[in-house]
Ligand binder design. Structure first.
Ligand code: NDP
Ligand code: HSE
Length: 434
């Protein structure tokens, strides 16, 4: 068989890892794919740095359009990032009849509908296993292993950087800024790390998971997204003292006529399977009506960890490029004509229990006022801990029974107006995933 000729856009953390793994494991990879894989050309900004990685055998360019227009390339690997130039390049590659492998979840969450439609019209593959929970073959699991199921929900920890930061802050007592810097130094973080810590990256991935799980488009801009930037070490410690861990969770759930898609920090009981997922690791749980709950665990970021998924996609391209496009696995698990457009369920209607940390005078009168205020909005709550501050106030840690988000928000406004309450009330959902 002739080699699969690859052009790579980018040779950074993921691109260089792909180069190394492909070079190191070429023999096993060819034994599986049936075709040699040859990186023919690479587009970067810094040619000298790239030359040090790939040596003299590969054509290098600083013009990425030059690369996607080359006639001697079968597949373009987009590991450059961003959504503007990357979108143009991917669409141009597709228009040129090239298959695309990408690790770019932002691109697909925001422009997936356009890109998949263009690929389908041109009969080429757009593969993106590396875009979600890198080393975990979760797209393959949803598209192939679980196809018999009506999937009720998919949930998990899908951002390695924020999980790494929470773990460092919690168990090692390392400060937020140092933990983030460490994640950046290890190549886990996005070029703009706000995507990681504000929950955006997790929301991008959740859109792709939900589309594959439920067969519906998910409008990224409407996904409820909260990150970890408001959490403090005291929250992690209070949660721990109550028998919980705090994780940044993505949850997508199917309802009869809508889908619920949300990213936010959540308390999970310490014995929950996801609570023990630490560092830059990721884990995804999927509940199917026939399979029951299945769990997938693995590295959530990193150079060769992501390369593992990029190359898996390249092998899929090598195996199925010659097939009739209608016989390939659909881009988002469901045939495109069967994709629905279900609305997102308003967050105000979602229900969960809550952890509240309220800084308030440590007097019985003040505490009664807290609980009375919560009760006025239908929140059954109990004070589980009081952590004294030097000024005679205390962090009051409250857990509530499940309540609609709309009621919780109204209660928070009233709580923060009580004379005994200082500053903002910290509120984090308690998730059971039942
Ligand atoms: P890096 O910043 O490490 O690498 C980006 C690469 O793209 C660099 O080689 C850079 O060139 C090149 N590049 C950027 N802009 C241009 C341009 N205009 N023209 C030519 N080359 C360009 O990013 P990562 O490897 O970390 O991430 C790449 C993609 O993979 C992103 O979409 C990211 O979200 C995704 N991803 C990252 C993971 C990770 O763990 N890091 C995991 C999963 C997905 P130069 O080297 O010359 O600067
Ligand atoms: N920045 C991402 C993360 C990379 O930390 O999860 C993997 O997608």
């Amino acid at each position: 068989m002739p080699p699969l000729r690859i052009g790579m856009l980018g040779l950074g953390t993921v691109g260089a890892g792909t180069w190394r793994v492909l070079t190191r494991n070429q023999r096993d990879i060819v034994a599986r794919s049936g075709r040699p894989m040859e990186i023919v050309a690479v587009a970067v900004r810094d040619l000298e740095r790239a030359r040090r990685i790939v040596g003299g055998a590969v054509a290098l360019t600083t013009d990425p359009f030059d690369l996607v227009n080359r006639a001697d390339i079968d597949v373009v690997v987009e590991v450059m990032g961003g959504t503007t130039l990357a979108r143009e390049l991917v669409l141009q590659a597709i228009a040129n009849g090239k298959h695309v492998v990408t690790a770019n979840k932002a691109l697909l969450a925001e422009h997936g509908a356009e890109i998949f439609a263009a690929a389908e019209a041109r009969g080429v593959i757009v593969a993106y296993e590396a875009a979600v929970a890198v080393s975990i073959p979760i797209i393959k699991a949803l598209r192939e292993g679980l196809v018999a199921n009506r999937i009720a929900w998919v949930a998990g920890i899908v951002n390695g950087t924020s999980n790494f930061i929470l773990t460092e802050m919690g168990s090692k007592g390392i400060g937020y800024a140092n933990a983030l810097k460490d994640a950046q130094d290890q190549g886990f973080a996005e070029a703009d790390p706000r995507f990681d810590v504000e929950g955006t990256d997790a929301a991008h991935k959740l859109c792709l998971l939900a589309a594959n799980a439920f067969g519906t488009q998910v409008p990224f801009a409407e996904v409820h997204t909260e990150g970890i930037t408001e959490l403090e070490a005291v929250d992690l410690a209070c949660a721990e003292a109550l028998g919980y861990r705090i994780k940044l969770l993505g949850v997508a759930r199917r309802h009869d006529h809508s889908v619920e898609v949300r990213v936010h920090p959540a308390l999970l009981r310490s014995d929950h399977l996801l609570a023990g997922v630490d560092g830059s690791m990721n884990a995804v749980m999927v509940h199917g009506d026939a399979s029951g709950t299945t769990l997938y665990y693995g590295a959530g970021a990193g150079s060769e960890q992501t390369a593992s998924a990029v190359i898996a996609d390249l092998v899929d391209v090598a195996r199925s490029a010659a097939c009739d496009p209608s016989e390939r696995v659909p881009h988002r698990a469901f045939q495109s004509h069967a994709m629905a457009d279900l609305p997102l369920r308003p967050m105000a209607d979602t229900t969960s229990a809550w952890y509240l940390r309220i800084i308030c005078s440590a007097t019985p009168t003040a505490e009664r006022a807290l609980l009375r205020t919560l009760a006025r909005f239908g929140l059954q709550a109990r004070i589980y801990g009081r952590y004294a501050q030097p000024d005679h106030s205390a962090h009051h840690v409250v857990l509530t029974q499940p309540v609609a988000y709309a009621a919780l928000r109204r209660a928070l406004v009233s709580l923060e107006q009580l004379p005994a309450v200082q500053g903002k009330v910290r509120a984090v959902r308690v998730e059971t995933l039942e």
